[in-house]
Design a protein around this ligand. Structure first.
Ligand code: MN
Ligand code: MN
Length: 469
């Protein structure tokens, strides 16, 4: 054993040469930890409010307008410090802060998604069976269906009436409001159901939402329970059954975001994927002082169903915005995009000690080890990835280190075991340097997902230094 105070050359060399990951709490002061916790109090309020992509846009528009952002119009005169945004159909939003450098040097783009897995109503949803009223549904995104039964669900969205007028629906979040529920079989009678595989345990057509049970009074008409529900809906929202034909109603887990753990180190909530990156990117965009490069933050829809559609990132709305912005400065949008850099802000899987076999521990992300930088996504031979270049990874690595942002690397699962993609590829395909940066999540896509408060704050810090650079 080496005596105290005497240097151990091997130990020193090891410290110099080995890459060591550390728990972020060991690297932060008590004051810094308090900052993480304080930041997350506002994030929890956002989560509790923004249960759908539409509500996330509503929240963002208000926050942006309060911070001096105004609606962008093609051809408007813009100078450094100007703050603008566009609202894409109430389901996606782009915010920009004009930089001091010419736009020809590109923009700093942060892209997150605000849609989350959920249960959507079908177009003809309402029916009565055995004197119960129910809604037929079609789930949205990748869910384990059994997780969505026997728990309180709220309902949000819009209904467009025959005359074109629109009514918003949001019910089941307040303590005094009713909730809805997908029923499941009692274990006593589930012998046959229990033989099904987990994937098949609850089938798509079994995700039926219970919405009522009391018949319309004093009638001999059939379907009196359904009639009673329609009567309540007509009174409350002025809608008839036919109005569901032109509605978008989403059932999501009811209730507020909550602290998790005796130490309150984590947040449990529906929708962390990807509102944790959306909120932190939005906050960074609002908080940035005067960026050198123009900052553009996009909160998009439809990521969970593959990014297609006019509010998803495979649509050209981002490209059109950059082109319109470029034209305000007499520039070509293509040249601006080619000079741009992007953080594709999305969550990654956190290592779960209960299920250690699916992740390769040397390359997996861990809760509380900071924001995750993911060089490549995809599955089976990196299929579907954009794979950030070593040069760009090096640049982001240096940026995060310089700004003392605690970060780690991550990979979504063991090779050939599964995988997944993000919007990174669609942005990289516009000839933009792009890399995935986000927050590690436990229980991803479940009604209650879990993130660490430290990692959430580090994502905010990462986006802020990227924008301010
Ligand atoms: Mn995501
Ligand atoms: Mn997802």
């Amino acid at each position: 054993m080496a005596p105290k105070n005497e240097k151990d050359p091997a130990k020193e060399l090891k410290e110099k040469l080995f890459y060591q990951k550390k728990h972020a709490a060991t690297l932060l002061s008590e004051k810094e930890l308090k900052k993480c916790d304080k930041f997350c109090e506002e994030y929890k309020k956002f989560l509790t409010f923004a249960k759908t992509e539409r509500k996330a846009v509503d929240y963002s528009v208000k926050a942006l307008e309060d911070a001096g952002f105004r609606p962008f119009a093609a051809g408007m005169k813009l100078t450094a410090g100007d703050r603008v945004y566009i609202n894409n159909r109430g389901k996606a939003i782009i915010a920009a802060v004009i930089g001091t450098k010419p736009l020809s040097e590109g923009v700093r783009l942060c892209a997150a998604h605000i849609d989350s897995p959920r249960i959507d109503l079908k177009q003809c949803p309402l029916y009565e069976s055995s004197e119960l009223a129910l809604f037929k549904t079609h789930y949205y995104g990748g869910i384990k269906k059994y997780q969505w039964t026997a728990r309180p669900l709220s309902l949000h969205g819009v209904v467009v009436r025959a005359d074109g007028s629109q009514v918003s629906v949001s019910i089941g979040e307040e303590e005094n409001e009713p909730v809805f529920c997908v029923t499941d079989l009692l274990p006593h009678l589930a012998t046959e159901q229990m033989k099904r595989t987990l994937a098949d345990g609850i089938r798509g057509e079994e995700l039926n939402l219970l919405i009522g049970s009391r018949p319309f009074r004093d009638t001999k008409e059939s379907e009196a329970v359904k009639l009673n529900i329609l009567s309540i809906l007509f009174e409350k929202y002025g809608i008839t059954e036919a109005d569901f034909l032109s509605a978008e109603l989403e059932a999501v887990p009811a209730g507020s975001a909550r602290d998790v753990g005796f130490d309150r180190s984590m947040i449990g909530s529906y929708g962390h994927d990807d509102r944790v990156c959306a909120y932190t990117a939005l906050a960074a965009t609002i908080d940035c002082k005067q960026p050198a490069h123009t900052a553009v933050t996009i909160l998009t829809d439809k990521e969970e169903t593959g990014s297609d559609g006019n509010t998803g990132l495979r649509s050209r709305y981002l490209e059109y915005f950059i082109c319109d912005l470029a034209e305000c400065f007499g520039l070509n949008g293509r040249a601006v995009l080619s000079a741009s850099k992007c953080l594709s802000a999305d969550v990654n899987a956190a290592f779960d000690p209960t299920f250690p076999d699916v992740l390769e521990q040397r390359n997996a992300a861990f809760l509380n080890y900071g924001v995750v930088v993911t060089k490549f996504t995809g599955a089976r031979g990196k299929s579907g990835t954009s794979d950030a270049s070593a040069e760009y990874v090096g640049e982001i690595r240096a940026l995060l280190d310089k700004n003392k942002v605690i970060w780690q690397t991550g990979e979504l699962g063991k090779v050939d075991l599964g995988g997944g993609g993000t919007v990174a590829a669609y942005i990289a395909n516009l000839n933009v340097d792009t890399i995935d940066v986000g927050v590690p999540v436990l229980n991803m896509h479940a009604p209650m997902e879990i993130v660490s408060k430290i990692d959430t704050y580090m994502a905010y810090r990462a986006f802020l230094c990227f924008i301010n650079e």
